[in-house]
Design a binder for this molecule. Structure first.
Ligand SMILES: Nc1ncnc2c1ncn2[C@@H]1O[C@H](COP(=O)(O)OP(=O)(O)O)[C@@H](O)[C@H]1O
Ligand SMILES: [Mg+2]
Length: 391
């Protein structure tokens, strides 16, 4: 018997690190103007020790509320939260452990440092409650300040520091007590673009070095893919998909996830019983495999589409050309140009490498589709496999 793959899978399971966070059937409802707003719907999630799980979703989908439930600032109406071996929330059994007894630290978008306290005092603050010798405390403060490369700022006051420095100090303050769980709520959103990318890379390095367990909230897909060991995509208080960054990026389980992760171009695919396929009403022979029928939505990223003048005969074995589109506008963007194309009900954004040259706006064009880079969804918005005729 070949025990290779199964044996390895089993060993992998045994080697799995302990679960640091276990959320089970969590529900949270707010009262607003005598109406109740159901914000978290039956959320279940496990975060392993050493994982940096990213919660990704648009504003208002419940990300902050979930973090606030974890840290203990909100009381869920239903469900359980376990941190390591400890149950900190069990709504049914009326268990609710106060925030200061949870060993969870949180970093906020707006730094939240005390302006009248020196940096070192800010960082030492969460150690106050702990019975720790002063010299050990001082050592710990210096250590975490060094970790975030701010050791030289210990005697400064927060208002004297840049946004990026202040956010690094907030991170040091959160790390100082070595919490079992670190929560980060859009910590980079208040920083300008370049600094954000710089700090993102530093945070990733830091996670690799000290391996804290974290839940990181963002609405920025790039940040999520860059930082997450796994990414949980949220929609209206529910998880749409949880997976490794590569999985959610390359195989978005639902149309919503595809859209959120950059596949913003949408076209309608109809396949009649006789196998004739149309895209936005235009026949596309040989595009879908035989036996495949029904109504679907196709989703593509800007760089996965291409465009050529109507009637051109570019040879490209992989691509299917769909006629009946019109080029509205071309926006140069350095190494590529964004072509805005209208085709029936769809407005499409097509990135063409600058080397291939720009087309003139206001002309009829054809759209090139490569089935390997087209995502197909059924009428319920679920990913469909094996729909393409050629692969
Ligand atoms: N204290 C509150 N009272 C009433 N509604 C709230 C409260 N906190 C959050 N909400 C609502 O819950 C929803 C989710 O909010 P939030 O968790 O802050 O979302 P996100 O962090 O994803 O932007 C929003 O509709 C918000 O208006
Ligand atoms: Mg929020």
């Amino acid at each position: 018997m070949d025990r290779g793959a199964a044996g390895a899978a089993l060993a992998g399971e045994q080697d799995a690190r302990p679960v640091q966070v276990r959320i089970t059937n969590l529900n949270k409802t707010f009262q607003r103007n005598k109406e109740s707003v159901h914000v978290l719907h039956d959320i279940s999630l496990e975060v392993e020790e050493g994982e940096l799980l990213v919660l990704l979703g648009p504003s208002g989908c419940g990300k902050t509320t979930l973090l606030r439930c974890l840290v203990g600032l909100e009381k869920p109406g239903e469900g359980r939260i376990e941190l390591g071996e400890r149950t900190v929330v069990d709504a049914e059994r009326r268990v609710f452990v106060q925030p200061n007894r949870r060993d969870v630290a949180m970093v906020f978008q707006n730094y939240a440092l005390w302006p009248h306290m020196k940096v070192a005092a800010n960082v030492a603050y969460p150690l106050k409650a702990r019975r720790m010798k002063d010299e050990i405390k001082r050592g710990r403060v210096q250590e975490v300040l060094d970790v975030v490369q701010c050791g030289h700022l210990a005697d400064r006051y927060p208002p004297e520091l840049s946004g990026g420095q202040q956010q690094r100090i907030s991170l040091a303050r959160a790390l100082a007590p070595r919490p079992a769980l670190l929560l980060l709520d859009e910590p980079l959103s208040n920083l300008d673009a370049l600094l954000r990318i710089d700090l993102r890379a530093q945070l990733r390095l830091l996670h690799r070095e000290i391996g804290f367990t974290g839940v990181y909230v963002t609405h920025d897909q790039e940040e999520a893919l860059a930082l997450g060991t796994r990414v949980a995509v949220m929609k209206e208080g529910r998880f749409e998909q949880i997976g490794k960054p590569g999985e959610v990026y390359h195989r978005p389980a639902t149309e919503y996830v595809a859209d959120f992760l950059g596949a913003r171009n949408r076209m309608a695919l109809e396949v009649a019983a006789d196998g004739t396929a149309t895209i936005n009403g235009v026949p596309v022979p040989g595009f879908v495999r035989p036996g495949f029928t029904g109504s679907y939505a196709l989703r593509m990223r800007d760089g996965d589409l291409t465009v050529r003048p109507a009637g051109a005969t570019t040879v490209d074995d992989r691509r299917h050309w769909v006629a009946g589109a019109r080029l509205l506008e071309v926006l140069p963007a350095g190494d590529h140009a964004e072509h805005v194309v209208v085709m029936g009900d769809s407005t499409l954004f097509v990135d063409v490498p600058a080397a291939l040259g720009e087309l003139e706006p206001d002309q009829d064009v054809e759209i090139g589709l490569d089935p390997d880079h087209v995502l197909c969804y059924d009428v319920d918005g679920r990913l469909v496999d094996d729909w393409a005729a050629i692969r």
